[in-house]
Design a binder for this molecule. Structure first.
Ligand code: ASP
Ligand code: MG
Length: 411
């Protein structure tokens, strides 16, 4: 029998009526002859509220106790969902992470899934019940309750989909799919019908906030298609799936802005072997995120400016570390710019098409947007630009690649 995973996020479960609506979607799938596992998040903003509460009680709560607290959010949702399904006359059972056999490591608040034991799940599914699993939580080998990191109900859903060989992992959410650009910024942005795992991973890495990256990785690794769709309408959303033949015909799939970045550059660095290694070893020792590396040379290659972009929130620490390195190495001043962000285009078609960078730079030039630095990978081109020009940049790129036009065969 085919099996489907249906995940519902917090906004899709914000009140009793929405819970009933989600329940009806699961019941419809059940009546269509499928086995159904629902994965639910905490209702509405519950997780945020619990975190605020914790902060009122303690400035630095033990992580074990945070997990104990936060997992109650999902526990409310599973119980209410099971009640809603029972009220409609169907069989359902709610299971916490521990009850469904989701075992993680012991890293409280950011645990990783180690194994999922199918026994209980199989048993409940065979009895005909709709299984309602608590997202975002598990237990470690010693039975301690853990959580998988903010937004990780998606990951629970994808992991269950992998283990149970689901035909599809539905992510029911408050947006109706993945768009060629954020529709709040670009009103003509278009909903895609498909996107490859790799493209989606890059979009997420470049700032698209629709889904948890770990979930996409699970989907890719176990080849489970992920359907991102609206909880509130029946229109199909976007399928995240393996590459198919025609997919490379589309050169650029989407464009994104990653806001809240800052750049930090050590100037006057002697260009010797090992200097970059020393700098980045120190940066990584302090767990400072390096988004892109920026480097250029002058004085006939004898000297370099070496830097990186990082999350705005980590700038203070990054400046401290880099200033110390600069003083120790006798380099020049450390230059900081916290008024930047990154615009990127993503598409697997870039592997086989030429001229993408030229078109991108041309679009930015025409829009009079100055490029601070450029980074590329096989399927991404990114430019750091001034934050107050980023919206203009995104619009110019979206236009230049005609992302609002439906591709002939959207594959
Ligand atoms: N409730 C958790 C959070 O808000 C998990 C999730 O929603 O995916 O982060
Ligand atoms: Mg979420």
């Amino acid at each position: 029998m085919s099996l489907i995973i249906q995940k519902f996020g917090g906004t899709s479960l914000a009140d009793a009526e929405k819970i009933h609506r989600a329940a009806r979607r699961a019941i419809r799938a059940k009546c269509a002859g499928k086995q159904v596992v629902m994965v639910v998040s905490a209702m509405g903003k519950t997780t945020d509220k619990l975190l605020e509460l914790a902060a009122e009680v303690s400035p630095d709560p033990p992580k074990r106790e945070l997990d104990m607290l936060l997992t109650t959010g999902e526990q409310i949702s599973i119980a209410l969902m099971a009640m809603a399904i029972h009220a409609a006359g169907y069989d359902a059972i709610s299971l916490t992470g521990g009850q469904l056999g989701l075992v993680t490591d012991s890293a409280h608040t950011r645990a990783r899934i180690q194994a999922i034991n199918r026994n209980r799940l199989d048993c409940e599914l065979e009895s005909g019940a709709i299984v309602i699993a608590a997202g975002f939580q598990g237990v470690d080998a010693g039975g301690e309750i853990t959580t998988l990191g903010r937004g990780a109900s998606d990951t629970t859903a994808a992991a269950l989909a992998a283990v149970l060989h689901a035909e599809v992992c539905e992510i029911n959410t408050d947006v109706d799919g993945i768009y060629t650009a954020d529709p709040r910024l670009i009103p003509v942005a278009r909903k895609m019908s498909v996107i490859s795992y790799d493209e989606m991973l890059e979009m997420a890495g470049c700032g698209a906030g629709v889904m948890h990256s770990r979930a996409i990785e699970f989907g890719k690794k176990y080849d489970v298609p992920i359907h991102v769709r609206s909880s509130f309408t029946d229109t199909p959303g976007t399928m995240i799936m393996n590459e198919t033949k025609g997919m490379e015909d589309i050169v650029v799939r989407g464009a994104i802005i990653k806001a809240n970045l800052a750049t930090i550059v050590l100037t006057g660095v002697p260009n010797h072997p090992g200097v970059a290694a020393t700098i980045f070893a120190e940066v990584s020792k302090h767990n400072i995120l390096v988004d892109d590396i920026i480097q250029n040379f002058y004085d006939s290659g004898r000297m370099a400016n070496v830097g990186f972009s990082t999350d705005h929130a980590q700038l203070g620490e990054a400046v401290e570390v880099c200033s110390r390195l600069s003083a120790e190495g006798g380099f020049g001043p450390v230059e900081v710019d916290d008024e930047v962000c990154k615009v990127s285009v993503v598409g697997i078609g870039m592997r086989t098409h030429t001229g993408v960078a030229a078109k991108l730079f041309n679009a930015l030039a025409k829009a009079r947007v100055n490029i601070h630095s450029i980074s590329t990978s096989e399927i991404v081109i990114s430019c750091i630009v001034r934050r107050d020009e980023s919206h203009r940049a995104l619009r110019a790129i979206h236009d230049a690649f005609e992302l609002d036009e439906p591709p002939e065969n959207e594959q």
